[in-house]
Design a protein around this ligand. Structure first.
Ligand code: IVH
Length: 671
């Protein structure tokens, strides 16, 4: 009996999987919804009868238990980079020309694909089984969303049977999204039950993926298209077209609109046609992505800091709508820079209500001749703050008023503002200006810095005005009794805030350093320095400009800003107080076990036949070597290509090891 049930279960699972494949990948369903539901129910009842025959790969097992401890973070083995943008035909053509030039005008193919406006995801399959799904996160570290991705019937739990055994490992990348019709249905239902509406399909997809309870995700109808392989074992694809065909063959949905093309004109034509057809496509796209087809050529082109040289995202023109400027206000940021902001008559711009738009600076106001009371077109692309694309001068009302920042003082405390030399921006010169201090404190507490939940701008302002916090360290001196007596605070909210302040104390180097608000030190730079300083704040405070400039990714401006920051005693005091009050910087764990060249300090000179200098640098760094630009007594090796410069002479003088192109493999210890 059981043997028969086992066979029946297998047949049902195969039928369901075949249906999913026909439906989601081939877009050619063979069963009606009812036939499919019947198969599913039949499988459920058999599994209920024979619980020992339930396989974790059964489609009935897609919805598991809620996770209760939040999302676990994982580093991506290969960073998930972003793409550089091309905003018009001329920039698309520039990309084409650039690639041709880098590759010495050889004959090449490109692949054009829609750029889906969803959430980047990485799917890891081991021996053909879905092991883990991660969000893109910051590109280096993502969050584990396996429990939710498993609920998506379009994502196979097991790669389809190939004639060959599945690869031991493959990491597939794609975009999770919600179709426009599903988004509308979801919002209609939410409206009926008085729930908050999602602003757009992307937010709805993001909200659905970031659920602790997978049954909610399962009810949301998410879709996916995959477009890259981040890494794999035992399969080597020659090019994108071959890789996409492989993904399709193993049951992974790929976009049917991908197309092989040849040149700049093809790219522009593809992009224009896609933009024209945009309204007929049942998912949000915000442009096209154009990629070099051949993977060996991709390797030759290599990467920039955060995007590959072999691809570009050609963006569609932003959606626009009309409104009117009611007033212009000045906002002061934490660095003192003044940003003029237009308060506009509230309008709906692609599903989001907009009531203000940035004017950037006085030059922008003058160049576009923007006046208070003007009618304007505003636009927004992606998550970017709305901006004014055009003043409708034909409609200019008689009460239109010109605006000049220089007529005003700093809005919060009336301090003097001045134009920064050689720049368009004005700045408030008073470092104790209330707006600046508030901006700094808000930034320190914000999500990507110390992430103190419940310490938003309003609470920061309240605590500052109540004289409870002036500098970052004051936050860690706050006591329950300080809070509970304040307006808007109750016992519970005071306890919660103290809890989240305590919770934030155990933090990482990049979070803390980003939180300090040193000018030009963003999240990315904080991570770069973390690696160099081994998560030591002491080491950071001692760094000199020359040493920092040697770090890949750090330029003179950043180096000077950091050195200047630590020259100020007060800053050091505040940091030390934070540490005394319990802030603890956890050491970041960098997996360096595979790095065989950690002690090498290498300089490159000349050009190479077999690879570009960029690729060479990348290979060296991947192995742990640090690559610097000038030869010094600390240099351990000089890599010499054709036409070496003066560096060769200097290295010979200092008796430094010289490595020629034919010795590279040995030197890289990759064999
Ligand atoms: S390729 C190294 N292809 O756009 C680049 N990305 O701005 C790998 N995206 O993070 C990405 N559609 O989340 C690629 N057809 C497509 C895409 C696509 C949407 C997203 C992706 C990426 C972002 C880059």
């Amino acid at each position: 009996m059981e043997k028969k049930a086992k066979q029946q279960i297998k047949t049902l699972i195969d039928q369901i999987n075949n249906h999913n494949y026909a439906y989601y990948v081939l877009d050619d369903p063979k069963l009606t919804d009812m036939e499919y539901d019947n198969l599913f129910r039949e499988l459920e009842s058999l599994e209920e009868k024979y619980p020992n025959l339930v396989s974790p790969m059964s489609p009935t097992q897609r919805v598991g238990h809620p996770v209760d401890s939040g999302f676990q973070g994982y580093n991506h083995d290969v960073p998930m980079l972003s793409l550089s943008n091309a905003i018009d035909s001329a920039e698309i053509n520039e990309f084409y020309k650039r690639v041709l030039k880098w590759l010495n005008n050889i004959d090449i193919d490109f692949v054009a694909e829609p750029k889906i406006d969803g959430l980047g995801v990485s799917l890891i399959y081991r021996n053909g089984l879905l092991e883990r799904a991660l969000t893109r996160g910051d590109g280096f570290k993502g969050e584990d969303i396996t429990h939710n991705v498993k609920t998506m019937p379009s994502v196979p739990l097991e790669l389809r049977d190939l004639e060959n055994t599945p690869p031991p490992f493959i990491e597939i990348r794609g975009e999770i999204f919600m179709s426009i019709s599903d988004f509308k249905k979801l919002n209609d239902n939410r409206k009926k039950s008085n729930e908050k509406l999602f602003a757009n399909a992307r937010n709805a997809a993001a909200g659905s993926v970031r659920q602790l309870d997978p049954s909610i995700t399962a009810s949301r109808n998410l879709s996916i298209f995959c477009y890259e392989v981040g890494g794999s074992d035992k399969i080597n694809f020659k090019n994108q077209i071959e890789m996409l065909a492989y993904l399709k063959s193993v049951g992974i949905p790929v976009n049917p609109l991908s197309k092989k093309i040849k040149n700049g004109n093809d790219m522009i034509a593809y992009h224009k046609t896609l933009e024209e057809n945009r309204l007929h496509i049942n998912y949000e796209i915000d442009g096209s992505v154009i990629k070099v087809n051949d993977y060996k050529l991709r390797d030759r082109l290599g990467l920039r800091a955060r995007s590959p040289r072999w691809a570009v995202a050609a963006k569609f023109k932003a959606k626009q709508t009309e409104s009117q400027i009611l007033d212009i206000e000045l906002q002061v940021g934490r660095t003192g820079v003044i940003t003029p902001v237009a308060k506009i008559r509230e309008v709906d711009l692609s599903g989001v209500m907009i009531s203000s738009a940035t004017l950037h600076n006085q030059d922008e106001i003058d160049r576009k001749d923007i006046r208070i009371n003007d009618f304007i077109l505003i636009e927004r692309s992606g998550d970017v703050i709305p901006k004014i694309s055009k003043v409708l001068k034909d409609k200019r009302p008689i009460n239109a008023k010109q605006f000049s920042i220089s007529d005003y003082n700093c809005p919060e405390s009336g301090c003097k503002i001045e134009r920064i030399k050689n720049q368009a921006a004005y700045r408030c010169l008073n470092i104790n200006c209330k707006s600046r201090v508030l901006g700094m404190l808000e930034h320190f507490c914000s999500k990507n810095a110390m992430n103190i939940e419940g310490m938003g701008p309003q609470i920061v302002k309240q605590l500052f005005e109540g004289n409870l916090i002036n500098h970052f360290d004051d936050i860690y001196k706050l006591k329950y009794n300080d809070l509970v007596s304040l307006e808007r605070f109750k016992e519970k909210s005071a306890t919660n805030l103290i809890k989240s302040i305590n919770h934030s104390k155990v933090t990482t180097f990049p979070r803390f350093v980003f939180g300090l608000g040193i000018s030009n030190v963003g999240q990315h730079i904080s991570k770069v320095i973390d690696k160099h300083c081994n998560s030591s704040l002491k080491k950071l405070g001692e760094l000199k400009v020359e040493e920092m400039e040697e770090i890949d990714g750090i330029g003179a401006t950043v180096a000077i800003a950091i050195e200047n920051y630590f020259k100020i005693d007060k800053n050091n005091q505040i940091i030390n107080n934070c540490l005394k009050l319990g802030v603890e910087i956890e050491s970041t764990h960098f997996d360096q076990s595979h790095m065989k060249m950690l002690n090498e300090k290498v300089v490159i000179t000349g050009s190479f036949q077999s690879l570009s200098r960029g690729d060479l640098k990348q290979r060296l760094e991947k192995n742990g070597a640090s690559v610097t630009t000038s030869v010094s007594s600390k240099t351990t090796a000089l890599i010499v290509g054709n036409n070496p410069g003066s560096k060769l002479k200097k290295a010979q003088k200092l008796n430094i090891k010289i490595v020629h192109e034919n010795e590279l493999d040995k030197f890289l210890k990759e064999n």
